[in-house]
Design a protein around this ligand. Sequence first.
Ligand code: GLU
Length: 373
Amino acid sequence: MRDAILKQAKRIVVKIGSSLVSSRETGLQPERIDRLADEIAAVRADGREVLIVSSGAIVSGIKKLALRDYPKSLPVKQAAAAVGQSRLMWAYEKSFERLGMKVAQILLTHQDLADRRRFLNARHTLAALIDFQVVPIINENDTVAVDEIRVGDNDSLAAEVAHLVDADMLVILSDIDGLFTEDPRRNPSAQLIPLITEINEDLERRAGASTTFEGTGGMVTKVRAAKKVGEYGVATLILNGQEPGLLPKVLSGGPGGSLFLAKERRIPSRKHWIGYTLRPRGTVTLDQGAVDALAKRGKSLLASGIVKVSGTFEAGDPVSCLNQDGKEFAKGLVNFSSDMLTRIKGLKTVEIQQQLGPQEYEEVIHRDNLVIL
Ligand code: GLU
């Protein structure tokens, strides 16, 4: 099963972690970039399409600006990213040019992905680049991204990109071998798991966070990325990018890394976007009847099932639906503002009409705009 999935993946998003292409001491690691470019060229020669999501801008900029420490202030971090991004691209440009391949720079923020028009626009641009056989090299637009509009880490950005381009596989290259039965730094007998069929809460909990100078994510963001793209039918492979030749070898069926299977039935792109790209502006807590109607019977959400409204939102905004335990189980686009919902929560449609006159919508969240998580 692992073999078949790896061999059949045609469109692949390869995320390259900071620790592979940059270092505190040297800034960038051009030999590593050359070696990874060679391997990506081999993967392409095998008839596949590759898009790269690369980190390393900030660390490269830190070196170039001769900063002593990782910057704490946002403007300095953004300055480092601006300086480092052009150097990073230059390194990729030179490296792929040796191989007769063209690259393109794409910088994205969460805001670009959360706006459906910009999302679709980015999708079309990337499709055109792939048609031109260019290798897109994507990073977060760190120089403008403040917290509210940031994706935040490149594992998550790579997951967004895998959805954006309808990839078959997400490959996360870092300095770790994959997912282990236990933390290998603490327990030397921990074993690498070659195939993960289901990402449950236990597995998510065990993927403890780790942070190094170069990297931001650790295992947690990788497992989260795998879960996110898995819902969209995209498998995720976590591989150690320090090991020469591993990427082409594993993709042609060899051993190494951890492969996370995707869900067999993938949710449509727009629903995935509502469920996994958009950030909720508020929450509605539902009674058990409404939870069952949504989760089990595929119904729309009506005001009568809402017991509590939190946050400030407008009609059209994304909100989370919580069950009686306060756990998020669905997400959707609301047809009413939080003010209005506070007035009509718990009421039946006729009662709403009697009290407030006819409304444009009966449903608070229409099932077409609702995703069960
Ligand atoms: N965008 C950041 C950079 O290029 C990296 C973020 C990450 O590694 O998660 O430095």
